[in-house]
Design a protein. Structure first.
Length: 353
């Protein structure tokens, strides 16, 4: 069985739509996948889709999910079906530009697209960009289609989980809540905060206002924190001791296990940003696209793509939390909302940038 390939395209700031740490790629060794972890077998028509997908031979996935998760996902899919997965990983803005160029030139590359930008996804739905998903895993009892489907085209494949974290050498007493970031001893550039570069990050600041306090962000700004374009740089600064704490990081379980002096929390509810995923109606590999989409919501797919993230199936051992436990914003953040919050953010945090 061939070892899967991973093509990564990381441009600009190299941050995903919600800007989280991408752990170094794994060894690339083949991961065997148990048949029972591939979800329902489906009917005869679905078996024809599988055979046609194998004939197509490859599938291209556009996404901003974590790099190590994607390598594992691609590896597992090829192990199960012998189909190569080409992954284009980038932030939402850059992926949107690529997709617009493909649409204008008629040279479609993307088969399956995942985005954390709900307004953009809604616009594509209205345009009829996506094809209905047809795999049997979407009808399985363990997949809650009412929670994780939009119509018959878009499904949540995972939700990136972001929380607060600290350096255990610099904060040996630990932290119990976001409010602990307001401790006087953490003032003066010892805390890292995330720049509001996307709708998903504005969602995060809405989460803080909703679940901590309406004035928490203003109080955080008064601590004179350092601002960062992404969680990757903050995670590195946290591990090195440059930062004592951060308001925005992926669960640091892997870094802690590797010996880094870091810790993170799992508040309830926890913040997460859903990856709204769908099959392009003009997919160059339509059958492989349907098979890959189906794989994403099986146990085998979720163990990979939802590692340290929110899973859309229950009992996924690698997940940080079930996606249903993640806070949901009461509003849909638009591009205008992002620009308005950026201006507010600059007023609050400008002196520390």
């Amino acid at each position: 069985m061939r070892i899967s390939t991973l093509r990564r395209t990381i441009t600009g700031l190299g941050v995903a739509a919600l800007t989280f740490t991408a752990v170094a790629c794994g060894s690339g060794t083949t991961t065997e996948v148990a048949a029972e972890d591939l979800g329902p077998q489906g009917d005869a028509a679905w078996q024809e889709v599988i055979e046609a997908a194998k004939q197509e031979g490859s599938v291209t996935y556009y996404t901003g999910q974590a790099t190590d998760n994607l390598e594992n996902l691609a590896n597992r899919f090829e192990s199960a079906y012998g189909i190569t997965v080409d992954i284009v990983r980038d932030n939402d803005a850059n992926l949107q530009t690529k997709l617009a160029a493909e649409a204008s030139t008629g040279r479609q590359v993307a088969d399956v697209v995942a985005s954390a930008a709900r307004p953009w996804v809604d616009e594509r739905i209205a345009e009829g960009y996506y094809a209905p998903v047809t795999g049997p895993a979407f009808d399985a009892a363990e997949f809650d289609s009412e929670k994780f489907m939009i119509g018959d085209t878009i499904f949540t494949s995972s939700a990136a989980v972001l929380t607060y974290g600290w350096n255990t050498d610099r904060v040996p007493e630990g932290m119990d809540s976001y409010e602990d970031l307001l401790a006087p001893e953490l003032a003066g550039g010892k805390i890292g905060v995330i720049l509001p570069v996307s709708a998903a990050i504005v969602d995060f600041y809405d989460y803080l206002a909703d679940t901590v306090s309406p004035d928490f962000v203003a109080k955080l700004a008064a601590q004179q924190p350092r601002t960062y374009p992404g969680a990757q740089a903050m995670g590195q600064a946290l591990a090195s001791g440059e930062l004592a704490a951060t308001v925005y990081t992926v669960p640091l379980t892997a870094e802690k296990a590797a010996g880094a002096p870091v810790e993170s929390a799992m508040p309830k509810p926890v913040f997460g940003a859903a990856f709204y995923t769908g099959v392009s109606g003009a997919a160059p590999h339509p059958n492989a696209a349907q098979l890959f989409a189906n794989f994403l919501v099986t146990k085998a797919g979720q163990e990979a793509v939802a590692n340290r993230a929110g899973a859309v199936l229950p009992d996924i051992a690698t997940a940080a939390t079930p996606a249903e436990n993640i806070w949901v914003n009461s509003r849909t953040v638009t591009a205008a909302d992002v620009e308005a919050f950026r201006a507010e953010f600059e007023q609050l945090f400008g002196a520390s940038q």
